[in-house]
Design a protein around this ligand. Structure first.
Ligand code: ADP
Length: 431
């Protein structure tokens, strides 16, 4: 192990050593004088007493001589030319351990015989405490990692693999083994190997979300596109001269084209929001006229669905900092959903509380069928719908609440959802 035979030069200054010698000599002489005095005081003959003192002084001088001789003898070849100072032998592993502890990723230092010499704190959290000198294979069960470590040891080259863990949670690591060459002997075969575990789970999750998103978006667009193509072919072929079919198919085609443009609008809206996600809006917006406008613009839909939209708002202005257009989009989405999905409750309340120093809360309350608890945490995900067909038939894209969530995150506001099956749902925005 690297600990053997490594001497580190002492860091003491020469005058420290001289002071130490003088101090030792002085102690011995003082002790001799003290003993002589005691013998004289005890009634011994004065001549014998001085003789004892002289002996002690000589012994002291001889000891100092020995110390001088010992400290000037080289301990290791490297220290031979060093100034006469007391060498300090440090544990190199202790220093490496301190450096490894500063790493925020799990790291293990193993020898070429696959013995664990060090683990840092992050590795303790991942594997539990591994006693020094344990066998690596006794702690890491993954054959992939063990094979890679063996390959790195035999080839003395860095190696890397991706390793997935299922428990306690799904995690993905890039595990890399690097031979550690001693700076004093760069040509010697390394005896230590550093294994680091880089957690890439978050990046992988984002990658998966992106690819899911692209797959979902393409799927959503493909369905109306396929339907449009089908109708175009029918109109060009079998229904070429059928004026009644023309009218019917063109209406469906119009509906499908509208659905596609709604989807594209929502996708563009999301990407615009992503671009400015970290810039909080600074406009002052009075929610009173804004919510009044939302209610008016959704009045035709509410009437069509037989729903009454009731606004409960304080008389005084309710001002929040935000972006007027984006907040309009938030409440249009929430009220539209409440009308569409809570239609059977026949009434939707938009209730505003707070203001004048108190946190402002806007609740959109419907008395519809509610949302089952297992769906509630997921409804703000892109394209997540409790019932895909119901959403499509209500002209939904599955992106409305994802847009709401993005806007509110940018506004540093929170969205909470409380729902009870059979009783209805309350979406609350807290500024
Ligand atoms: P969509 O375009 O499908 O309406 P949203 O993101 O706005 O997409 O909503 C996601 C899903 O959440 C909807 O498909 C619906 O299943 C459910 N949902 C939203 N609001 C309500 C509500 N007020 N009551 C019941 N379900 C709702």
């Amino acid at each position: 192990m690297a600990r053997e035979g490594i001497a580190v030069e002492g860091r003491g200054r020469p005058w420290d050593w001289i002071l130490a010698q003088l101090w030792a000599e002085r102690v011995l002489i003082s002790a001799a004088v003290f003993v002589g005095f005691m013998m004289w005081a005890g009634g011994f003959h004065l001549g014998w007493t001085f003789f004892a003192v002289a002996l002690l002084v000589l012994a002291g001088l001889a000891r100092v001589e020995r110390m001088e001789e010992r400290s000037s003898r080289p301990r290791v070849a490297a220290a031979a030319s060093a100034p006469a100072e007391l060498p300090v032998v440090a544990d190199p592993l202790a220093e490496i351990a301190t450096v490894l502890d500063a790493l925020d990723m799990p790291a293990l230092l193993v020898t070429s015989d696959e013995t664990v010499k060090l683990q840092n704190r992050a590795a303790e959290a991942l594997f539990g405490i591994i006693p020094r000198d344990s066998d690596l294979a006794g702690r890491i069960r993954s054959p992939g990692i063990l094979d890679m470590v063996r390959e790195a040891i035999s080839s003395v080259q860095p190696r890397e693999i991706e390793h997935a863990e299922r428990l306690p949670s799904e995690s993905v690591y890039i595990v890399r083994v690097t031979p550690v060459r001693a700076p004093t002997a760069p040509d010697e075969k390394p005896r230590l190997f550093l294994i680091v575990f880089r957690d890439v789970s978050h990046a992988r999750r984002i990658d998966r979300m992106r690819s899911d998103f692209v797959a979902n978006a393409s799927h959503e667009l493909r369905t109306p596109l396929a339907s449009l193509r089908g109708f175009v072919e029918t109109l060009q072929g079998p229904a070429k001269d059928d004026s009644r079919a023309h009218e019917k198919f063109l209406a469906i085609m119009h509906e499908q084209a509208t659905r596609m443009s709604r989807l594209v609008d929502d996708l563009l809206s999301l990407s615009r929001l992503e671009i400015k996600a970290n810039i909080p809006p600074d406009e002052k917006v009075d929610l009173k006229p804004l919510l009044g406008h939302v209610r008016d613009s959704l009045q035709p839909l509410a009437e069509e669905l037989g729903v009454e939209v009731v606004l409960e708002i304080p008389d005084s202005p309710v001002v929040v900092s935000g972006d007027r257009d984006e907040l309009t989009e938030v409440f249009e989405n929430l009220v539209e959903n409440a009308c569409k999905y809570g239609q059977e409750g026949k009434r939707v309340e938009v209730r505003v509380t707070g203001g004048g120093g108190e946190p402002v809360e806007v609740s959109v309350i419907d008395h519809g069928p509610g949302i089952a608890p297992e769906h509630v945490p997921r409804i703000t995900e892109r394209f997540y719908r409790v019932n895909v067909e119901a959403s499509r038939s209500k002209k939904g894209t599955g992106l409305g609440l994802a847009i709401v969530k993005h806007i509110l995150t940018r506004h540093r506001a929170r969205l909470t959802v409380r729902s009870e099956l059979g009783k209805g749902t309350v979406f609350t925005v807290r500024f």
